[in-house]
Design a protein around this ligand. Sequence first.
Ligand code: 4AD
Ligand code: MG
Length: 428
Amino acid sequence: MTIAELKNYLGKEVTIQGWMYNKRSSGKIAFLQIRDGSGFLQAIVEQEKAGEINWEKVEKLTIESSVIIKGTVTKHPKKEEYEIQVSEVEILNIAPEYPISKKEHGPEFLFDNRDLYLRSKTPWAVLRIRNQVFLSITNFFAEQGFIRFDTPILQPTSCEDTTQLFDLKYYDTMMYLSQSGQLYSEAGIMGFGKVYDFGPVFRAEKSKTRHHLSELWMMDAEMAFFDQKMNMDLQERMVKRIVKDVLRKCKVELEILERDTTILQNIVEKSFLHMTHKQAKEECKTDGLETEFLADMSTEEEIHLGNKHKLPIFIEDYPFEVKAFYMKKYEKDGVVYAKNSDLIAPEEGREIIGGSQREDSYEVILEEIKKRGYPKDDYEWYLNTRKYGSVIHSGFGIGLERTIRWLTRVHHIRETIPFPRTLTRSKP
Ligand code: 4AD
Ligand code: MG
């Protein structure tokens, strides 16, 4: 029996195993706040009804002690919550004084004690939404005929040449921790057509922001015979599916987080916006932001456009110079552009997806590899995707934590992963 199932047992006698996260008592009645992982409940103990032995146990209970509670299920008079009128208490373990008390702690303290902080309501809600986003993405791709294709974490080459790598000693040579499984997924589609991976990737960026992790989870999708337009269409359907599922299945969690879902609800029904990188920059300039036209989108620009339009925006065709070597490119008015898009989430969500059509010409991509000074030998296997039966193909990568941060609107991305790794945090 779990707290989540209580609604099916109204008026019945139940047994719940859990932890006491708070206690309030007034004279002969005590209110125990109990959590069991599946949810939270209030257990009401009346001294007279429960008897002296049980009452003494209740008095001994400290915060985070583990208990078994027996009693009858009743409904909260006003809220959609269930309570237990306790008839019996069994103490499993009495916890010593708990470091995380009711008083306000700074975030550093909470994350120094992340193993304990995980037991609080906010992390409970955020990490359950994380679970839902993971499920929604996985289910979506299974339904769309994709094959899960796991890519290696230890890689001999760099994928995203515009970001920093972690390297490590690998027997007698050096290896890198994956920044993205994409290059391997590109080989994967030559065997399976449409593939996705989902796993941790690592970025040694010196970015100390509330949008950056050093270890994050990424889902890379790659599709043969997809051009950039089909690629964006797929991303839009996937994001809508995630939002729809979270709104429908994570009501309790969103309520705990006090998330105003007006804008999220709207997203499910409306078409996402599209603008070119040039248009996006022009709009930012008109709106008074300091703008560098041939640079990547800045944090301020992404946040500005997201807040203004209140819808996800595909920003397309970045200057090729600021993007990765594998992207398909074209020239217009003397500038080389990539056939790519970053998907910007509203409500300060920033970039949640990066994707592009890939360069499918063997000669063109080989030239780019040489131009950027990469050792051709290391990319020989990758070049085979263009050598033997090259096809138009596209793909994208979604950052799991960026997405969760947007959906939950927690301030810092470290809230969205059980044990965060950032520039300044590697413990516990
Ligand atoms: O835009 P990125 O760098 O794209 C790639 O790695 C491609 N190879 C993906 C692909 O086409 N298969 O990263 C993809 C997403 C970003 O949009 C962002 O959501 C997230 O990964 N991301 C980060 N999230 C948190 N912290 C960081 N340091 C991140 N770097 C990227
Ligand atoms: Mg990107």
